[in-house]
Design a protein around this ligand. Structure first.
Ligand SMILES: Nc1ncnc2c1ncn2[C@@H]1O[C@H](COP(=O)(O)OP(=O)(O)OP(=O)(O)O)[C@@H](O)[C@H]1O
Ligand SMILES: [Mg+2]
Length: 325
């Protein structure tokens, strides 16, 4: 039986940090654990997720949604060769197609929400364009990927801030003034004054108490998960802690640092070979990292084992949500 659909979006402020790899392998882990999963490539400008799954030519993809009206959600679902896992391609390297209109976005939103699955994983394009932030925010769980470099950490904070402000402006569409005050994601980085959420709060307080309560509720409920990729040594994990602290200090956002993925030749090779590393060896160190991350997200302990070419799973409900470094 299918439970209520859970949508997980994977985004990042910086490109090339490992979103697609993480997203594909998380989706595979959940599918292997018996859930019905759809992996969605929402990188319309430069979709390439299919290559990580070994699918060389997607039949057609989401861009057809805007050209043909008589399509059923099922028409977009491609087989992956992995049990329980379907794939929806972003299809196409159409220049300019990365920016979607509000109507196109709401069609995608509807399509995703109508999926008959337990989980959908959205692999986003890099950066904080409006389209990207809206896709990120439509998910039930948000995962932001960072690497242990200062530039990536700064981009991660910008990304979380843009997502939060976009969410706030979306909640205040009935109040032009507050909507405009919070609609700063357009001029990201250019206005230091609004970087701190407290200053925004002072502006809203000038208006009325109700608005402040609504603002506080949006901030309180905005809880992205953070995954650090390309970790080479224990010290690298400090960058994840730094991002959590800075997001708390300047944005008052509680970020859940839910896991990391080590730098690994196996990962690199898996891309060249077009075979996901989790399938190749579910007990390798990076595969265990993936199981740790999905375990933290789903509050389950998931263990995958490969024997005689077949992958077996054992899972248990976790009593605590934490993870060890
Ligand atoms: N943990 C890792 N170990 C080794 N190589 C890695 C790791 N993570 C990422 N890579 C390398 O980085 C490349 C980019 O990864 P990926 O395509 O997942 O990034 P992305 O964030 O989706 O990029 P884009 O922003 O372009 O969509 C991979 O093809 C792989 O070669
Ligand atoms: Mg990608």
């Amino acid at each position: 039986m299918i439970s209520e659909l859970k949508v997980v979006a994977v985004g990042s402020g910086k490109g090339g940090v490992g979103k697609s790899l993480l997203c594909a392998n998380m989706a595979i882990a959940m599918a292997l654990s018996g859930m019905k999963v759809v992996l969605v490539d929402t990188d319309y400008g430069a979709s390439n997720l299919h290559a990580l799954l070994g699918i060389s030519n997607p039949r057609f993809g989401l861009k057809d949604l805007f050209q043909q009206t008589e399509l059923d959600p099922e028409d977009f679902l491609l087989n992956t060769g992995i049990d329980n896992l379907k794939f929806m391609s972003g299809a196409g390297d159409l220049p300019g197609s990365a920016n979607l209109t509000p109507e196109q976005l709401s069609r995608i939103h509807e399509l995703i929400r109508s999926l008959e699955a337990d989980m959908a994983f959205l692999d986003l394009a890099p950066g904080n364009s409006y389209t990207n932030m809206d896709l990120f925010n439509l998910a039930d769980e948000q995962v932001v990927v960072c690497t242990p470099e200062m530039t990536a950490a700064m981009n991660t904070l910008s990304f979380i801030k843009t997502g939060l402000f976009r969410k706030i402006s979306g909640e205040f569409t009935d109040d032009r003034e507050i909507h405009d005050i919070t609609d700063y994601s357009r001029h990201l980085g250019s206005d230091e004054e609004v970087f701190e959420i407290n200053r925004l709060r002072m502006k809203v307080l000038d208006k009325d108490k109700d608005a402040l309560a609504r603002l506080n509720a949006v901030i309180r409920n905005y809880r992205p998960h953070l995954v650090l990729n390309r970790v080479r040594r224990k010290k690298d994990l400090l960058m994840g802690d730094n991002v959590v602290q800075l997001a708390r200090k300047y944005l008052e956002v509680e970020t859940d640092f839910c896991g990391y993925l080590i730098e690994s030749e196996r990962i690199h090779d898996s891309v060249d070979e077009m075979i996901p590393f989790l399938i190749k060896d579910p007990q390798s160190p990076p595969s265990k990292n993936i199981q740790q991350i999905v375990g933290a997200l789903t509050k389950m302990d998931i263990h995958l084992v490969k024997k005689d070419g077949a992958i077996y799973v054992s899972k248990q409900v976790k009593l605590t949500a934490g993870w060890e470094s």
